[in-house]
Each structure stands twice: as C-alpha cells, then as structure tokens.
Design a protein around this ligand. Structure first.
Ligand code: SF4
Ligand code: SF4
Ligand code: FES
Length: 322
C-alpha cells in the first residue's frame, strides 16, 4: 500500500472527537478520587494528595503544610509534618504526601491529628530565630502566618535563642542573603535550584541538629558557590532564610539602627572580588582544561589561600543580641 493511498483512506482527524471532551476524564471515574473531608465530599484529580482535597474545602481546623509547595513540581517533601490529618483507613498521616484515594474519609479536627500538627509546628519554631521585627519577610512569612493561625503564644520547646548560638548570616552574595537561623529545612529551595532551575547549587548537608543548607560545590559561602543569581530559591523559601538582597530589610519594623544583619550579630561579608562571567569553580576548570599554569584552585583576583581562610566562614561563632 502506497503512502498516498493510506492518506486517501484515512478518516478526517476530527471524525471521532466530540467537541469539549477530547482530554477531559469523566468526573468520578477511575482516574479521579472522591474524598470526604470533615464530612464534606470533594472530588480531586488523578494524582492528587489528601492536602489537595483538604485545601478544596473549608476545613474544621487549619492545616499549615509548611514544606509543601504546590507549583513548579516542587515537593511534596513531607519534611515538616505540620499537615497531619486523621484518616479512617490509615490513622494519622501527612496530608501533603498521602495519595487521595476514592472513598477515603479525612478528619482535620480529630484530637490526635490537631495535637500532632501543634507539636510539629512547635518543633519547627523551636529551631527558628523568632526575630520577626528585624526580618525581611515580616508580614509575608508562611511560618509566621501558621503560628498566628494556630494561636501559638509560646512554643512549648522554646525558640532558637534558648538553645543554640546563631550561625553567622551569609551576606557575601550580591543577590541572595542567607540566614540559616531561620531555615526550617523544608527543602523547597533545594528542589527549586536543582529540579526546576537545574543549576545544582544547593544541597542539604549535615545531620540531626547540624543539618543545614549548603553547597554542592563544597563552597563555604554563597559568593564562592556556583550560584547564577536566578533568585528562584528565595522565591520559594517560606521564611526569611533566603531573601533577595535589596529587600532584606524591606519589612523590618522601622526602629533606628535595627536591621536583619545586626539582629544576628555576626555576618560573613563579600570579599569584593568579581566573579566575572564565570563562577570561580567553572573558571578554574576552564583554565585547567586549557593548560593555563595560573590555574591553582583560586580565582585571578583572589587573595592568598591563608587570607581566604581568614576571610571566610572559619572562625565565626554565633553572635549576640546587640
Ligand atoms: S539563585 Fe543560585 S542558589 Fe538560588 S536557585 Fe538560583 S542558582 Fe540556585
Ligand atoms: S532556606 Fe528556606 S526554602 Fe531552603 S530549606 Fe530553609 S526554609 Fe526551606
Ligand atoms: S507540608 Fe506535609 S510534611 Fe510538611
């Protein structure tokens, strides 16, 4: 059969397609799930989580869901456990990562689920520097919103001030400021940098209470990392941990001399050397490949190794409230 003949016999492309139904799955079909949330039935699309169902109704209790980010394929991370709900079938589960299955019944105001959410929110707060008045995200912070919604007056496990010294604020980048004392380890920035921007700059490093945001290149500072200053990480950060430079004090309560930087006490500043068109790591790799004898693991304008050590993170300890 010639291709011309096959073309003549082919039906018109639109013959079997009814207008308006081409890609729409049937409501209530096997690819959707109808879930009952606090007694209210809601139908959600295939692949939805219980959090999608919870967010579709006016729930009895609020469900914070701090590490969830429902855009750009970031998450669910299932890290913070502030989204716990009770299900008939499986007991207390994190709503953000539990698949919504047809016929499930969910309760947001079950006592055990509400207590689990409260405890987990208090645990997040206990590892957070609660200096909201000097924070660039004051008034637009998801952790602050959750604490207000849940009427937290005093986290039962204290706050960071009571427990740990501060990490110095990383003010070395001309584009992003990092205050790890406000990081809730939600992982959103790591997903945004690696999976969405595909830059591979950020990572989680360490373990236990030493877990922190770090750099895949083993850089000590944002300035020395391979960051391309796209800003995506700061966009998805729910707290004041990653903030774009220039607006880091935008929502600080206007008291003279009261800033995000001096609320921490210590910060690591920019070395002042220019990255040029390439990051230091890429430039060094490029020079090695071209056989440039000046390639010695440092940048052309970089100070000597011992100066870098003095200028970097090493030796910094937590600051004190001025
Ligand atoms: S600004 Fe830098 S660290 Fe943040 S997402 Fe972009 S490349 Fe990654
Ligand atoms: S820096 Fe922000 S986005 Fe990244 S893990 Fe910490 S709180 Fe989450
Ligand atoms: S939002 Fe579900 S575990 Fe964080």
């Amino acid at each position: 059969m010639s291709s011309d003949h096959a073309h003549e016999d082919a039906p018109p492309l639109t013959e079997d397609i009814a207008p308006g139904t081409a890609a729409d799955p049937a409501v209530g079909g096997p690819d959707r799930a109808t879930v009952t949330v606090d007694g209210v039935e809601v139908t959600v699309a295939a692949g939805s989580t219980l959090l999608d169902a919870v967010e579709a109704v006016d729930t009895a209790d609020s469900v914070p869901a701090l590490c969830s980010y429902d855009r750009q394929e970031i998450g669910p991370r299932s890290e913070c456990r502030t989204c716990m709900v009770e299900t008939e079938a499986d007991g207390i589960v994190p709503a953000c990562s539990h698949p919504a299955e047809d016929g499930m019944a969910v309760s947001t105001d079950a006592e055990a689920a509400a207590e689990a959410r409260d405890v987990n929110l208090d645990l997040v707060l206990s590892n957070h520097n609660l200096r909201c008045t000097t924070c660039g995200k004051n008034g637009r912070c998801e952790l602050q919103d959750a604490a207000i919604d849940e009427e937290v007056e005093e986290p039962r496990y204290g706050v960071l001030d009571d427990r740990e010294e501060y990490e110095p604020l990383d003010d070395t980048s001309s584009f992003i400021q990092i205050d790890r004392n406000k990081c809730i380890l939600c992982n959103r920035c790591v997903d945004a940098c690696n999976d969405v921007q595909v830059e591979g700059v950020l990572r989680m490093e360490g373990s236990g209470q030493d877990t922190r945001i770090g750099f895949q290149s083993d850089a000590e500072t944002m300035e020395d990392s391979t960051c391309v200053s796209c800003g995506h990480c700061a966009t998805v950060c729910p707290t004041g941990s990653l903030v774009e430079k220039g607006i880091e004090d935008a929502t600080t309560i206007p008291l003279p001399g009261f800033t995000q930087k001096n609320s921490i006490g210590k910060s690591v500043e920019s070395s002042g050397r220019s990255k040029g068109p390439m990051t230091p790591k890429k430039r060094d790799a490029d020079r090695c490949e071209s056989g440039d004898p000046s390639a010695n693991g440092s940048t052309p304008n970089a100070p000597a190794a011992e100066d870098v050590a003095d200028d970097g993170w090493a030796g910094f300890e937590g600051g004190e409230w001025p």
